[in-house]
Design a protein. Structure first.
Length: 82
């Protein structure tokens, strides 16, 4: 399963993933982002409602993809350099 996911990540480009990750992480822009709100709730131990948990995963999905793409990219570079 990891190989299929890694192949899918290789087909994505950073120039598309990074803006998407920033937009999802920062939305809504006013008064503060949902991601920061949900991370604060998680730190306080008040993240209980399913909609809040879904919000946390949705707004962090782009950042998770960028992180996974970076790991695959670095692994590929290490393998190609021998």
């Amino acid at each position: 399963m990891w190989k299929k996911f890694a192949t899918y990540l290789r087909s994505m480009e950073f120039k598309l993933l990074v803006p998407m990750a920033i937009m999802l992480a920062m939305a809504p822009f006013y008064p503060h982002s949902h991601l920061m709100e949900k991370l604060g709730m998680l730190a306080q131990g008040t993240l209980h409602r399913p909609i809040d948990i879904f919000d946390l995963f949705m707004h962090s999905a782009g950042l998770i993809l960028v992180l996974a793409k970076t790991v695959v990219y670095l692994m590929d570079r290490k393998i190609s350099q021998g």
